[in-house]
Design a protein around this ligand. Structure first.
Ligand code: GBH
Length: 438
């Protein structure tokens, strides 16, 4: 199939797949609770009423899952460490076993230290709205790195502080369920500070390969009408520049200064601690226009009337099952735009997540989606962006947050009754892609 062809990437390019702890592990009664356990216990929070208490039971089936990774032939596996598990007695032992299994399979482990599952005890003292949580995170990061650092070279601090701020703290549709609208920005600042402090903690135990995984995407104005372009610019500030500017330029966008905690500027030096690479999670562009003065619903997401922008449907592109538009060329534009804006301050880029939700095991749409995005990534490489890796979201169908088990992002199907793993057509296709790149 012509549309599944993939060009050759530079030697040493890192191919992988990604998951996160809360979405696959299960084993919830063998660790302390996280904000997601509390959130999903409240009725009405998750579309299918499910929880991740069992999820894919990866906690007990990790050997089988590592065998799937080995047979797939990926160079690397991005997973996350559950902070509440790491703080529970014996909890780091699980990651010891996982890392050893990965190393034996010849797959590089790439842990993310925070993928949204804050220990509930920390939420109860203020969570990400409290500065001290950033210091707690750095201590935890240092402890985990000290423990696994002899076998793990590559580390990721945070996953998508932008989405965790927006969905978890501004809109309240994710844990911890706070609906603070623009008053959520302290949560963004404290995550960025946590990142910078963690980079220092990792360096202190000898780690030399550190990145972050940020959610980014082009923002398209709904029209050239000044009210629409101004709203789109604000959205771009909140999604893209609020995170990339302090990390890469050591400054916050001026327009957002008054929404940040007092004294935030004094933390910029910490936040801008140099990175070895910059991780980008890309799914889709967003079309944004002036506020409409009423609640709007977009891809199942309710946006309250009080926001200073509204999100519009992108027409004229195919959509995934989730309703997200499929726009691979926006990935090229995103990366060339980054290169233009950040210049030599932009370290090598790794795509730490890209993928789509479709039903079925004969998932030809997923193959077409991934192939088109990999080609779009190659176009960015040809345009001079230094891209070093690409990770598919996700290895397994898993707990898709507020959507529960109703969205399937995996290369491997997971039966919800038996938890049996069945590689999809996209798994076989990706294995051939990887083989051809060797
Ligand atoms: C990631 O978040 C998460 O890191 C991961 O845990 C999750 O499972 C995965 O993606 C899939 O959701 O409606 O067209 O405007 C992704 C955050 C937020 C990116 C919503 C796409 C909407 C696109 N996503 N956004 S659209």
């Amino acid at each position: 199939m012509a549309s599944a062809a993939v060009p050759r990437f530079p030697p040493g390019f890192l191919w992988g797949v990604s998951t996160s702890a809360h979405q696959i592990e299960g084993g919830a009664d063998e660790r302390a609770p996280s904000v997601w356990d509390a959130f999903t216990a409240e009725p009405g929070r998750v579309r299918d009423g499910s929880t991740a208490a069992v999820a894919c039971d990866h906690y007990h089936r990790y050997r089988e899952d590592v065998a799937l990774l080995r047979d797939l032939g990926v160079g690397a596996y991005r997973f996350s460490v559950s902070w509440p598990r790491a703080e529970s007695p014996g909890g780091l032992g699980f990651y010891d076993r996982l890392v050893d299994e990965l190393c034996a399979a010849g797959v590089r482990p790439v842990p993310t230290l925070f993928h949204w599952d804050l220990p509930l005890a920390l939420e109860e003292t203020g969570g990400w709205l409290r500065r001290a949580t950033a210091e707690e995170f750095a201590r935890y990061a240092g402890r985990v790195a000290d423990h696994l650092g002899d076998r793990v070279r590559t580390w990721i601090t945070l996953n998508e502080p932008a989405e965790h701020t927006l969905l978890g703290h501004a809109l309240g549709v994710h844990a911890p369920g706070r609906a603070l609208l623009l008053d959520a920005l302290p949560a963004a600042h404290h995550q960025l500070l946590a990142h910078g402090l963690a980079v220092r903690a990792l360096r202190a135990v000898g780690i030399t390969d550190v990145g972050i995984a940020n959610s980014h995407g082009p923002v398209w104005p709904a029209s050239q009408d000044p009210e629409d372009t101004a709203a789109a610019e604000l959205y771009d500030l909140l999604l893209n520049r609020l995170f990339a500017d302090p990390l890469l330029l050591g400054r916050y966008p001026e327009e957002l200064a008054e929404l940040l905690p007092d004294g935030a500027a004094a933390d910029l030096e910490t936040i801008a601690e140099p990175l070895d690479w910059y991780g980008v999670n890309y799914y889709a562009p967003t079309k944004v226009g002036a506020p409409r003065g009423t609640e709007t619903v977009h891809s199942g997401l309710r946006l309250p009337a009080g926001l200073p922008f509204s999100v519009r449907e992108i027409e004229g592109y195919p959509r995934t099952d989730y309703g997200w538009p499929v726009v691979p060329e926006a990935l090229t534009a995103l990366l060339t735009g980054f290169r233009e804006r950040y210049g030599d301050r932009l370290p090598p880029v790794v795509i730490t997540e890209n993928g789509c939700s479709y039903e079925g095991v004969d998932d030809q749409e997923r193959i077409a989606f991934l192939a088109a995005h990999i080609r779009a990534l190659h176009a960015a490489v040809e345009a001079g962006v230094d891209v070093r890796g690409y990770f598919v979201w996700s290895l397994l169908d898993n707990f898709e947050w507020a959507e529960g088990y109703t969205r399937r992002f995996g290369l491997v199907h997971v039966d919800r009754e038996t938890l049996e793993r069945t590689p999809k057509a996209s798994y076989a296709w990706f294995r051939e892609v990887l083989r051809a790149q060797r």
